[in-house]
Ligand binder design. Sequence first.
Ligand SMILES: NC(=O)c1ccc[n+]([C@@H]2O[C@H](COP(=O)([O-])OP(=O)(O)OC[C@H]3O[C@@H](n4cnc5c(N)ncnc54)[C@H](OP(=O)(O)O)[C@@H]3O)[C@@H](O)[C@H]2O)c1
Length: 294
Amino acid sequence: MILITGANGALGRLVAAELADRDDVVLGTRNPGSAAPGSAAPGSADTGSTHAPRPARRRIDFDDPSSLDLTGVDTLLLISAGYGEDDVVIARHDAAITAAEKAGVRHLVYTSLSGDGDHLAYALAHRWTERRLARGPLAWTVLRNGLYAEFLATIAAPGPDGTIAAPLGAGRLAAVARADLAAVAARVAAEPERHAGRVYELVGERALGGAELADAVGGSYEPGSLGAAREAIAGSGGALPYQVPMLVGTYSAIAGGFLDGSGIEENALRTLLGRAPRPALDAYRTAVSALSAS
Ligand SMILES: NC(=O)c1ccc[n+]([C@@H]2O[C@H](COP(=O)([O-])OP(=O)(O)OC[C@H]3O[C@@H](n4cnc5c(N)ncnc54)[C@H](OP(=O)(O)O)[C@@H]3O)[C@@H](O)[C@H]2O)c1
């Protein structure tokens, strides 16, 4: 049995769709009663019955140890549960790994952050989790995901007049379509033993800069300063205090040229996909359209 955590999240939903033809997949989510599109109806048994055409669901909340029942799970796809201070995220991942060890899970696949992301504030919890796995008894595979093209659409969206003011400077991001990362995660989770002990870097093959993003959406690129971005984020009311340096640090790392893919020794994306990656610019454009329509 494969259990996917964060199954109602954007990445988890895509992985579940990739594995939809299997009858041994269980969707782990904090809210099993709210079925994500394409997943099993609430209330399905979670036994992975061969007659069940759609995946079962199980409540999995890393913040609630009593929910971490991983009985019968062979492969755990642990999708990182970011969005928290380091101590919170580390405690979540530790709880999930500890539960996997206790339940006799054979292999844990973890979605981490690309190796060139070490300047990012959220890198620490990912590296802690990688180290926790390396020092533990489970077989594991680490998928070091680059930043999503869809995430770029949220941090470098055009304003109402079409201007992208994100402070990317002349920097570029080797953004990757989230769907490609889901496809890789599904393939690895389906045959984990082939990937035991491997750390895969998964970033876009073509880095995107502000001017190119603006061209893609018919706008213009007029980068602002990090200071202005910090003030705007902090003043928006939409960001928690810890998120302000995370977002500003992301701009800074892109502008500084740390996330353009040149620091990645071996990008495994194409090999693990078994095909060419989706164009990240298309994923960016689609996500911008979806965001402006919502
Ligand atoms: N590479 C990138 O560009 C990038 C960007 C943003 C985030 N990330 C990281 O990648 C992860 C997956 O990305 P995504 O696009 O799927 O993000 P997402 O759509 O925001 O989904 C995140 C999911 O994490 C799960 N989660 C949160 N807190 C949890 C907890 N206490 N216990 C168990 N699960 C918890 C939730 O799943 P349920 O709702 O099913 O419980 C949530 O829906 C994120 O959580 C974050 O760590 C990566």
